[in-house]
Design a protein around this ligand. Structure first.
Ligand code: MSP
Length: 509
C-alpha cells in the first residue's frame, strides 16, 4: 500500500478576489503534492474557500447580494485560477457545504459535552457603526481604531472555549515536536505568546447571522475561525473517522501565511486536543509579498492579478518565479522587471537553450536517434554524479520546504550541462569519424541528465516538464524509479526542441 501524505492550504475568504499572495500558498502546496506523488505517495491535497462570517456578510451587503450569491461567484474565480495555474488539488472544500456544516456542528457539540465549551458573557468595547468588539488595549483614546468613533462597553452572551486549560499541554506538544511550527523564528513567537497566558476564547457570535448555528442554540453562530479551521478534517469526512480521515489525518504539512499562524498554532491544536483528535505534524508559515516595494492593497490599486500574469507569461513561468525568487518563509517583493529577468535568464537562456542545443545536435549527428553510450570518462562521471546527487539533494531540500534552494540545485545541473557541452565540444568530435562513439556518449549524457532534470521539474512546471520529456522521447509519467541514471534507452527517437520560453523584451511589451 502506498504511504499517505496530506497537505493543506488555508481556505480563502470570498470577500476578496484571488491575488498572487493566495496563489503563492496554493502553488507551494501543489509542488509538494506533485513531488510526493512522483515519490509514490498517496496524496490528499486540500484547498477551498472560507465563506462564513461578518466580513463576508458585509461584503455581500455592499455588493447587493446574499452572502451565498457572493460566495458562489467568488469561489468560481478561485477555482478558475487554480485550473489555469495547473493546481492538482484532490478536493475543494466550501464552508457552506453540508458535509462541512455537519462536521463543525459535531465538533462543537463534542467539545461542549466535554465541558470545554461553556456559555458565558463577553465583555468588551463595542463600536456600533463598525459592529466590532475591541479589547481595551486595541482602542486609541477609547475610540475605535478603525473609524475613530466613540466605543461603549457592552456585554454579549457568548460560548467560550476553555483554551486556558490546554496551555501546558500545548507547550508540551510544541517542545516534544520541534518541527511542528516552522520556520523556527515563528515558533519562538508562538511560544512567547502562549507563555504570556492563554485566555478562554469566545467561539460564538450573536451580532450577525451568516454562519453555522450553534447546535441547540441558534441565537448564536459558530465563530468563523472555529468553523474555518475544522475544514481540514471535515473535508476528510469527519465525524466519520474511518475512510479518508483514518487514512490521512493528522495532516503532514499545513501551509499558511505568517499572518494566520496564531490561529493554526494555538487555536487549532487546542480545539483538536479538546476533541481528542491528533495534532497536525507540521505547520509552515511563509512570508508576505509586497509589490514593487509596497504593501499590496485595493486602495493602492497595486494588487497583482495572477490571471493577467499567466496570460502574459504562462503558468509555468509564474510558478517558477514565485517559488524561485524568494526563500519560503521570508517576505518577498514582486516586480515585473524581476519576473522578466528570471524568464529570460533562467528559463529561456539556461533551461530552454540547453534542450534546444542538445536535441539539435542529436538531430544533426545521429538523425535524432539516441546512440548507446560508450566508455565513461572522468568528465562524464562527474556530470552523471552531479545529476544523481541533485536527486538526493532535492529530496532533502523539499522535505525542508526550501523551494528556492531546490530550484537552485536543479539549475546547477542545467548549468553543468551547458558547461559539459562546451568542454566536450561535440562539433569538434563530429568532424572526426573515429570519434563517433565518443560523440555518442556525450550525446547520451547530456540528454539523460536533462531527462532527470525534467522529471524533477514536473513538480514545479508540469507543462514544461511534459514538453521537455516529449522532445526527449519519454512518453510515460515521471515516477520514482525513473529518477535513477540510465532511463533513456538507445534507439529512442528525440525531436529538436522549439524554444520552451521565448525571450521577452525587457520592457515587458
Ligand atoms: N480565511 C482565512 C484562512 C482560514 S484557514 C482555516 C484567511 N483567508 S485569506 O484569504 O485572507 O488569506 C489566505 C492566505 O493568503 C493566508 O495564508 C495569507 O497569508 C495569504 N496571503 C494573503 N495576502 C498575502 C500576501 N500579500 N503575500 C503572501 N501571502 C498572502 O486568512
Amino acid at each position: 500500500m502506498k504511504p499517505a501524505f496530506y497537505v493543506t492550504t488555508p481556505i480563502y475568504y470570498v470577500n476578496d478576489v484571488p491575488h498572487i499572495g493566495h496563489a503563492y500558498t496554493t502553488l507551494a502546496a501543489d509542488v509538494l503534492a506533485r513531488y510526493k506523488r512522483l515519490k509514490g505517495f498517496d496524496v490528499f491535497f486540500l484547498t477551498g474557500t472560507d465563506e462564513h462570517g461578518q466580513k463576508v456578510e458585509k461584503a455581500a451587503n455592499a455588493a447587493g447580494e446574499t452572502p451565498l450569491e457572493l460566495a458562489d461567484r467568488v469561489m468560481k474565480r478561485f477555482q478558475a485560477l487554480w485550473d489555469k495555474l495547473n493546481i492538482s488539488n484532490t478536493d475543494f472544500i466550501r464552508t457552506t457545504q453540508e458535509r462541512h456544516k455537519k462536521g463543525v456542528a459535531t465538533l462543537f457539540e463534542r467539545v461542549l459535552e466535554k465541558g470545554d465549551i461553556y456559555l458565558g458573557e463577553y465583555e468588551d468595547w463595542y463600536c456600533t457603526p463598525c459592529e466590532t468588539f475591541w479589547t481595551e488595549t486595541q482602542l486609541i483614546d477609547f475610540k475605535c481604531p478603525d473609524c475613530n468613533r466613540p466605543t461603549e462597553k457592552l456585554k454579549e452572551e457568548s460560548y467560550f472555549f476553555r483554551m486556558s486549560k490546554y496551555q501546558d499541554q500545548l507547550l508540551a506538544y510544541i517542545e516534544a515536536n520541534p518541527d511542528f511550527i516552522q520556520p523556527k523564528s515563528r515558533k519562538n513567537e508562538i511560544l512567547s505568546f502562549i507563555k504570556e497566558g492563554l485566555r478562554d476564547l469566545s467561539v460564538s457570535r450573536t451580532t450577525f447571522q451568516w454562519g453555522i448555528p450553534v447546535p441547540g442554540n441558534d441565537k448564536h453562530v459558530v465563530y468563523v475561525w472555529f468553523d474555518a479551521l475544522a475544514n481540514y478534517i471535515t473535508a476528510l469526512g469527519y465525524p466519520d473517522e474511518t475512510g479518508n480521515f483514518g487514512k490521512f489525518w493528522p495532516a503532514d504539512v499545513q501551509l499558511i501565511g505568517k499572518d494566520i499562524l496564531r490561529f493554526h498554532a494555538v487555536y487549532w491544536p487546542t480545539f483538536l486536543m479538546a476533541a481528542g483528535l491528533p495534532i497536525p505534524k507540521r505547520l509552515f508559515a511563509h512570508g508576505w509579498w509586497t509589490v514593487e516595494g509596497q504593501k499590496m492593497s485595493k486602495s493602492l490599486q497595486n494588487v497583482v492579478e495572477p490571471n493577467m500574469l499567466i496570460d502574459k507569461y504562462g503558468a509555468d513561468a509564474v510558478r517558477y518565479f514565485l517559488l524561485r525568487e524568494v526563500p519560503f518563509g521570508l517576505d518577498g517583493d514582486f516586480s515585473h522587471t524581476a519576473l522578466i529577468h528570471r524568464i529570460n535568464s533562467d528559463l529561456a537562456n539556461d533551461l530552454g537553450n540547453l534542450l534546444n542545443r542538445s536535441t539539435a545536435m542529436l538531430g544533426k549527428y545521429f538523425d535524432g536517434v539516441l546512440p548507446e553510450p560508450g566508455e565513461e570518462t572522468a568528465l562524464d562521471a562527474a556530470y552523471r554524479e552531479k545529476t544523481s546527487a541533485m536527486v538526493v539533494q532535492v529530496d532533502a531540500l523539499l522535505e525542508d520546504l526550501a523551494f528556492s534552494k531546490t530550484l537552485q540545485a536543479i539549475w546547477e545541473v542545467i548549468s553543468a550541462g551547458n558547461k559539459y557541452i562546451d568542454e566536450t565540444a561535440p562539433w569538434t568530435l563530429a568532424k572526426d569519424p573515429a570519434q563517433k562513439e565518443r560523440l555518442g556518449t556525450v550525446m547520451y549524457y547530456m540528454l539523460e541528465s536533462q531527462r532527470i532534470v525534467y522529471f524533477l521539474l514536473s513538480a514545479f512546471m508540469p507543462k514544461t516538464s511534459e514538453k521537455g520529456l516529449g522532445y526527449l522521447g519519454w512518453t510515460t509519467a515521471p515516477d520514482d524509479q525513473g529518477l535513477a541514471w540510465g532511463g533513456l534507452k538507445a534507439g529512442t527517437v528525440i525531436t529538436k526542441a522549439e524554444a520552451l520560453f521565448p525571450r521577452i523584451d525587457e520592457k515587458g511589451e
